[in-house]
Design a binder for this molecule. Structure first.
Ligand SMILES: [Zn+2]
Length: 682
């Protein structure tokens, strides 16, 4: 049987990839790689980049090229068979990773290269790749006695299963809930959301309207539905997903998985000689020690809380006075906030939508990228696709194709929620030829309804720019060593710098002039609307800041302090953080931690703080553009040269300082967020 995953292709042959190809391909490649690595080690006594590390990179890249489309399809075209095939591969990859990571002889070979004469003559990128590899050997337990190595492998494998199951439960619990409603029950919703709910009902073959817990349905209900009882019902269904509470109590319950995950992470950290998992997490990050993180988060919280309390008070007062509401519950906050926003700024997200048809927004985005980085983007009309919504583009530098990306914009039921960029091909030298980078860009925007184009909210526009920030970090890299190419090897708490950075152009008058264009009249966003949008930008920003800090502190303290317990222990940590930080009450039945996939199914364990950390970096980097002009080509070229092109080849602090000329300051972030602090200059 020919297996497309074992063939070499410049781009994945999606139409030929079937679930049954995944496991055999991975088994074969992993077995081949293991044998080849042992052969290489046996064939030499003196190791070098050329006789060992380059061949390993080649093999690893082939494995990554086989796995990347499987992983992508599992996220964007999920099916029972694919999920099974994907899950069958996870333990293979995990076992292989452990085998590599704990290979003492391989580690000794890397060490020999690091200690050799040759080392200082290697490029900066190669040196960094070797240093990262040595660090990762240590973190994989290479130095442990055999019995503990096996223990480590067992932990790692089980953690990977737990993460995968956790995410599945969230996906299933989200999909499980929907509600058939009447037009009266949806009173208050904007037309686009109503049309989507109508379309969902038609597709499901039911009368009236259908709402569900996917973001494009959940969000408008929480923001606009006048029916408080309905909002409460939807909120509770959402906040109790995958838990022992709510409408599907006990089904897809993540409570036990969550506790087991924490136990195993703690065991793993101690096995490797760290006091706790938070310390282990920081071993690969820009922040050096736990106190760096907690001090940072607590300082931001302290500076934001007074203003957040004022914002909350204003909201409660408004709801009482204007709507006679005695309380503003968790499910009321979004609704009254939107009303207050409209009152104060006479603006709603829905008024912006007609000016942000997705085609115009993309053109505008590409124009920004061209002005900043001097690159062009062109769509390709024919390619091997996996879904009719998927599109393929090439990135051009002076007519030369330097990268490709897939773009998959709309929400659908077999697609994981959220938005992300993922690596399809990394920039590297393969057999003497340059392999150009390829990215997957994925969003979950509201699909077009009927004949009108998809219209983005401003928030969705920001998301689009964010993901392209990641995408162009991956695609504009100049590195040719896979381990540090693109976002590879970039510390997690610095990796959000280019993404959050690019969001800034969604708020600039000069940029919005060509990013926006009414879908019927092509008229750009009118100045009056833009003024209101800008005035509303920092509406409740201190409350939003605290919400993020709540997640980040919960995640970090949970992993720093965990010493066993049950789900009530987890709840207690969250309650404590909320007591300190939150200004909005959360109902006792809420189990948002049970759907916190970033931390329990993704790479953000003891690392959720990274978003804020990187936001400080991105706000400060953007402040140089504020000083020198937001389309200043020299500043753009510097950003490209000192940050995007460097990837993981240099320490993140050095990367930042090279661009900014000094270490980062938190002031630009507070200023951009409109948070007034009592003592300026602090
Ligand atoms: Zn991001």
């Amino acid at each position: 049987m020919s297996n497309p995953l074992l063939e070499q292709h410049p781009l994945p042959p999606f139409s030929r990839i079937k679930p049954e190809h995944a496991e055999p391909a991975l088994r074969e490649l992993i077995a081949r790689n293991k044998q080849a690595i042992d052969d290489l080690l046996a064939a030499n006594e003196r190791y070098s980049w050329d006789n060992l590390l380059q061949p390993i990179e080649d093999m690893e890249d082939q494995l990554s090229q086989a796995w990347s489309p499987v992983s992508h399809l599992n996220s964007v075209c999920n099916s029972e068979e694919l999920r099974k095939a994907y899950n069958a591969c996870l333990p293979l990859l995990s076992e292989y990773g452990t085998w590599m990571g704990q290979h003492s002889q391989l580690c000794a070979a890397y060490q020999q290269i690091a200690d050799s004469e040759e080392f200082s003559s290697l490029s900066e990128a190669r040196q960094m790749a070797v240093n990262h590899a040595l660090r990762d050997f240590r973190l994989a337990g290479v130095a442990l006695p055999q019995e503990q190595k096996e223990e480590y492998a067992r932990l790692r494998q089980r953690l990977s299963e737990l993460g995968s199951k956790f995410e599945e439960n969230v996906l299933d619990a989200t999909k499980a809930w929907s509600k058939q409603v009447s037009a009266e029950q949806l009173a208050g919703l904007p037309d686009t959301a109503l049309a989507s709910a109508r379309q969902a009902a038609e597709q499901a073959g039911v009368e009236g309207y259908l709402i569900n817990l996917e973001f494009p349905s959940y969000f408008p209900v929480m923001t606009y539905a006048d029916d408080g009882k309905l909002r409460e019902e939807v909120y509770i269904a959402y906040a109790t997903r995958a838990s022992e509470q709510g409408p599907h109590a006990g089904q897809w319950d993540n409570s036990a998985l969550l506790v087991e995950t924490l136990d195993l992470r703690q065991q793993m950290a101690q096995l490797l000689g760290f006091a706790n998992y938070a310390e282990l997490s920081l071993a690969t990050k820009m922040a050096e020690k736990p106190a760096d993180v907690t001090d940072f988060l607590e300082e931001l919280a302290a500076k934001s809380r007074p203003q957040a309390l004022g914002e909350r008070e204003g909201l409660v007062e408004f709801a009482r006075k204007e709507y006679g509401a005695d309380t503003v519950n968790a499910w009321d906050g979004g609704y009254y906030s939107e009303k207050l926003r409209q009152r104060r700024y006479q603006i709603s997200q829905e008024e912006i939508r007609p000016y942000l048809p997705v085609g115009k927004a993309l053109e505008g985005l590409f124009e920004v990228l061209e002005r900043l980085y001097g690159v062009g983007v062109r769509e390709l009309s024919s390619f091997d696709s996996y879904h009719r919504d998927a599109r393929l583009f090439e990135v051009l530098q002076a007519d030369k194709v330097i990268a490709h990306f897939y773009l998959d914009l709309y929400a659908r039921s077999d697609k994981r929620g959220g938005a992300w960029m993922d690596n399809c091909r990394v920039r590297r030298i393969a057999d003497g030829e340059l392999q150009i980078p390829v990215a997957y860009m994925v969003c979950n925007f509201t699909p077009p309804v009927g004949d009108s184009p998809a219209l983005l909210s401003h928030t969705e526009l920001v998301t689009l720019f964010h993901e392209f920030g990641h995408g162009f970090h991956h695609m504009l890299t100049r590195q040719t060593v896979a381990a540090v190419s693109g976002i590879n090897g970039v510390a997690w708490d610095a990796v959000e710098l280019p993404s959050q950075f690019l969001e800034n152009w969604c708020w600039e008058r000069e940029a919005l002039a060509f990013i926006s264009g009414h879908h019927e009249t092509a008229e750009p966003l009118p100045a009056a609307l833009l003024d209101k949008l800008l005035a509303a930008r920092n509406f409740q920003s201190a409350m939003m800041m605290l919400r993020q800090l709540e997640f980040a502190l919960f995640d970090f303290r949970l992993h720093r302090d965990w010493s066993g317990g049950d789900s009530s222990t987890v709840q207690a940590v969250l309650d404590e953080v909320r007591k300190e930080v939150a200004v909005v009450p959360t109902p006792a039945c809420s189990r948002s931690q049970n759907a916190f996939t970033h931390v329990f199914a993704g790479g953000y364990a003891a690392g959720y703080y990274s978003y804020k950390w990187a936001e400080v970096l991105s706000a400060d980097a953007f402040s140089r553009f504020e000083e020198e002009g937001i389309f200043n080509p020299e500043t753009g070229a510097d950003f490209r040269r000192y940050i995007l092109e460097v990837g993981g080849a240099r320490e993140p602090m050095d990367v930042f300082v090279a661009f900014r000329g000094r270490e980062p300051s938190i002031d630009p972030l507070l200023r951009h967020s409109g948070i007034e602090t009592a003592s300026p200059g602090l």
